[in-house]
Design a protein around this ligand. Structure first.
Ligand SMILES: Cc1ncc(COP(=O)(O)O)c(C=O)c1O
Length: 404
């Protein structure tokens, strides 16, 4: 999403035509670039971008080194992903959710979830198709819908009773004869909402009734602190109309490796693969072998990751509340959304631009994740996937806000 001052990619080309094509004209540099630069120039703690400040398990890193040394994946791996990883993904879906997938025809490895999202939308959306997406949304959704020539139709999650809630009637009303697919995200970034079994049941029923495809981004599937993550593909009638997306980045704390995947029916995998092969073709060869090993880690790994992040959520949430924010404690993900109004003011963008100078912390204004910017204006997101001492220091710095 663009910040209001982004004009850098819109310089003039030949004659008076802008360089950037009109589908992408509204997307300049992301807010993350601006805020990360601000973090550097002010020496602030960066709780803006969602990446851990500690690498994932040593044995997984070692597995990548071993793969590199053993010459595994140093040349183009198979277009669909190395068999070891596809098998591990299928086993993971079976072990965690009881979903069976044929590793040869129902799994596709991608360059992170980002490519999975792009390839799915490019493959499945025709110009003029409508794509219903939950708002606020992860920033690549809008750009990918635009690249596919689709029209995004946001359905706004609203704070209610301490969590962000999906209005199922609004979702239903958003579906028109032009709707091609619903683009879902649970656990949801940036609000931390985890859709419940009841909500997912209704979404599935709607998709079946209106014969819609669903692309569901479940990259935070292992970061659920309350409730449970239930894959949409497990609901009646969804198996053959759902593209499920996940990624190693969040689950194993190796966001730079960019190993993602989809699981879906053979027909959907074939369609998405048709787009994917002309984006990257393949990527991350040796890392694919390492992620295959990571997916086989014992349950204790996943539980410890979750419990550790729950403690961090509680630490940062309590600190933000002490500092005067209204806090929406997330049920999942590693982000906490806050309302800045109790601190005075309701312009989250201005607040985030000023925050590094005021107290040496960087956050992200939720408004950039909305089409209806006014709906997101007073909300600000903080990431808590950082070392405990970093979060403690951030909390100490934020305390000054209440006094200021
Ligand atoms: C909801 C969501 N989807 C996808 C991604 C991108 O995942 P990857 O790094 O695997 O491309 C992110 C990363 O922040 C995310 O929050």
């Amino acid at each position: 999403m663009t910040t209001p001052t982004d004009h850098d990619a819109r310089g003039r080309g030949h004659g008076s035509r802008p360089l950037l094509n009109r589908r992408l004209a509204e997307f300049g540099t992301t807010i993350f670039a601006e805020m990360s630069a601000l973090a550097l120039s002010t020496g602030s703690i960066n709780l803006g971008q969602g990446f851990p400040d500690t690498d994932g398990p040593e044995e997984v890193r070692e597995a990548a080194v071993r793969a590199l040394r053993d010459g595994l994946g140093n040349q183009y791996p198979p277009g669909q992903g190395v068999p070891e990883l596809r098998t591990a993904i299928a086993l993971h879906q079976q072990r965690r959710y009881g979903l069976s997938h044929d590793p040869d025809t129902e799994v596709l490895v991608t360059a992170g979830a980002t490519e999975a999202i792009a390839a799915s939308l490019l493959a499945l959306v025709e110009p003029g198709d409508e794509v219903v997406a939950l708002e606020p949304y992860y920033d690549s959704y809008a750009a990918c819908i635009a690249m596919a020539g689709g029209t995004r139709v946001p359905v706004t999650l609203r704070p209610h009773g301490g969590r962000y809630v999906l209005d199922l009637d609004e979702l239903r009303a958003a579906v028109t004869p032009r709707t091609r697919l619903i683009l879902l995200n649970t656990p949801h970034n940036p609000t931390g909402t985890v859709l419940t079994r009841e909500e997912l049941t209704e979404i599935a029923a709607l998709a079946v009734e209106r014969d819609l495809l669903v692309v569901t981004d479940e990259v935070y599937e292992h970061l659920v602190f309350e409730g449970e993550h239930i894959p949409l593909a497990s609901f009646p009638g969804m198996r053959d109309r759902t593209v499920t997306i996940s990624s190693a980045g969040k689950t194993f704390s190796f966001t730079g490796w960019k190993v993602g995947w989809i699981t879906a029916s053979p027909a959907l995998v074939t369609a998405v693969r048709s787009a994917k092969q002309y984006l990257t073709y393949v990527s991350a060869g040796p890392f694919q072998y390492a992620v295959a090993e990571a997916l086989r880690l014992p349950d204790a790994y996943f539980t410890t990751l979750r419990d550790d992040l729950r403690d961090k959520r509680d630490l940062l949430s309590a600190g933000l509340a002490d500092a005067g924010f209204e806090v929406y404690r997330p049920a999942g993900t590693y982000f906490v959304t806050t309302d800045i109004r109790p601190l005075g003011g309701s312009d989250g963008v201005a607040f985030c631009r000023a925050l590094p100078e005021r107290c040496g912390v960087v956050a992200i204004p939720n408004a950039v994740f909305y089409d209806h910017r006014d709906q997101g204006s007073p909300f600000v997101r903080f990431a808590f996937c950082k070392r405990t001492e970093v979060l403690q220091e951030a909390v100490a710095r934020l305390k000054g806000l209440a006094a200021a």
